[in-house]
Design a protein around this ligand. Sequence first.
Ligand SMILES: [Zn+2]
Length: 252
Amino acid sequence: MESHSSPAVVLRWRAYGESDKIVTFLTRDFGKITGIGKGARNSRRRFPNSLELLARVKVHFRQKQEASLAFLESAELLGPDTSAMSPERLAYGAYMAELAEQMTVEWNPVIETYQLLEEAMVSLEGGPATASLLRAYELKLLDRVGFGPPLERCTRCETPLSRSEESFFAAAQGALWCGRCGSGEDGLVAIQGRLVERLRGLREWSLERCRSEPLTTDRDQAARITGQLLALHLVRPLKSLRTIEQLSRDRG
Ligand SMILES: [Zn+2]
């Protein structure tokens, strides 16, 4: 059996038997993989806190082509110390990891998707998950996996969408229509040109720049739009949202 190594982020794990863990990673070089870490809950040498959710690691594993589970040999922890992260950051990190988990496939490496997740995890280690950081991550992820909505032109007539005019968001199609195509149509949501321009920015800018430019008055509408875009492509409900809702209820 050939041995492989790759930088990776832990997307989820579950206990298996007395001392094993079954862990799903997004790896840079192999796409998503799931493997079993024998004795992982006891071995600090081979797995020094490196199979925790959101851990950035270098994972070493073997896999028979026909076998569904990889055999995890070891994983070096590159960061972070998740025990030092606030519940909010962990919850939003789990949300970003769960989105990546749903939007990627096994053994199909897409380096841009891996880099986005890694950059997001590093960003979360440095500061809180702001609305603009989350929306940027969602738009970039949709874009990397090929589901990004066209934000430059009307999907119907291809007229460029301008900052000075209102556009319309067609949630069912995940598309933007210009004022002319959208006016009078049922079930569309009017959005300001300013917000369309901001969504383009969030898709293009670095995550750090996005974080430094808050969404202010467009915050709720931006969240609704990306939420509806994601909903078109998610295969099952997001478990991490329950934790996030619970945290915001607790905060009052
Ligand atoms: Zn149009």
